[in-house]
Design a binder for this molecule. Structure first.
Ligand code: AP5
Length: 215
């Protein structure tokens, strides 16, 4: 299974990706997580750090290379879920070319839809456990006592607004791109996490049927 999650900041891509990846035993491949890990290890150049901190995107070539390397690892042979990649049409084209070179294709693209007001509230009050990578929300999913919490630098309101503007200007172009390719399913991202998971699962089985129908 090769699946892409598209959605604005705070739409729940990481939350849903973790649940689905565990369920299907495939790796969650998040370019955001990979970039933050590289930064923590001191491997990210200053201009890239600056692009992330200001709510912009990092260069396509950099993330395409990260994805090429990560998806070539043995645990990704049976499939993967891409969370936060592609984010531009050129990235989507590179992904298509990469998969074609491997003799494979994308199975589905899920677009998580959440109203702007809720996106801001979700992102600003998000906290992540540094040790486990688990995602919490101060109101909707309170962290347990003893969690080693991190408040992302780009989760302050002014930067979240810029990330949202970047999404609308660049990443939202992926919706017509994948719709045209017959791969896109829009999923309502509002509701309990488990309700959204059920909608994602329904979207994936729909894609399965479509694949089977086309032989
Ligand atoms: P990245 O880390 O990918 O950030 P993002 O896309 O903005 O997404 P987020 O992680 O903010 O949100 P999410 O949708 O995963 O939501 P979550 O599940 O955490 O990228 C960071 C930066 O890296 C980018 O700005 C860019 O600079 C760079 N970058 C990354 N990839 C790139 C690429 N391909 N090209 C160029 N640059 C790239 O949920 C959010 C909160 O809501 C949590 O607190 C959660 O607990 C809560 N929540 C989730 N679901 C629900 C629910 N159903 N009900 C209530 N609360 C919920």
């Amino acid at each position: 299974m090769r699946v892409v999650f598209v959605g604005p900041p705070g739409s729940g891509k990481g939350t849903q990706a973790k649940v689905l990846c565990e369920r299907f035993s495939i790796p969650q491949v998040s370019t955001g997580d990979m970039l933050r890990a590289a930064k923590a290890e001191g491997r990210l150049p200053a201009d890239i750090i600056q692009a992330m901190a200001s709510g912009g995107l990092v260069p396509d070539e950099l993330v395409v290379k990260l994805i090429e390397q990560r998806t070539a690892e043995p645990d990704a042979k049976a499939g993967f879920l891409l969370d936060g990649f592609p984010r531009t049409v050129p990235q989507a084209e590179s992904l298509g070319a990469m998969l074609a070179a491997q003799g494979s294709v994308l199975d589905a693209v899920i677009a998580l839809e959440v109203p702007e007001k809720l996106l801001l509230e979700r992102a600003i009050h998000r906290r992540t456990d540094k040790r486990t990578g688990q995602i919490y929300h101060l109101q909707y999913k309170p962290p347990p006592p003893g969690a080693d919490l991190e408040h992302r630098h780009d989760d302050h309101e002014d930067v979240v607004r810029k990330r949202l503007a970047t999404y609308l200007a660049l990443t939202a172009n992926l919706l017509p791109y994948y719709e045209k390719a017959g791969l896109l399913t829009r999923v309502n991202g509002v509701g309990e996490v488990s309700e959204v998971t059920d909608r994602c699962l329904a979207a994936l089985s729909l894609e399965d049927k479509r694949g089977a129908h086309h032989g």
